[in-house]
Design a protein around this ligand. Sequence first.
Ligand code: CO
Length: 133
Amino acid sequence: MLLTEIDHVAIAVHDLEAAIAYYRSAFGAEVHHREIVERDGVEEALLKVADSYIQLTRPTRPDSPIAKYLEKRGEGLHHIGYRVDDCAAALASVLAAGGKAIDEAPRPGSRGTTVAFVHPKGSFGTLIELVQE
Ligand code: CO
């Protein structure tokens, strides 16, 4: 089994502060890590749940993929991040199984991780992120 943990569940939102405030008042959740990822045009707030995270994500510019997603589909579940020991090996296994890569090779993600995205087409409609810590 190549997946070692659910790393994060990513939720696309318009208003990050409002989403953080909601998770705080509804669940007592606190922000564990916050980061702007310029390359992806997103700002993330990570709320820790056991060894996993809820990742609230907002676009930082109108041409970011998250902005396009919000425009097309509205707020909600965006992708699942699966933790793996070896991102390159997991990506190769996905491709061998008929999956479709968005990232042809692993690249830097947030929190100093190495990541690769797998297209929902070929993965039964779910955008998958492989996350190596
Ligand atoms: Co992610």
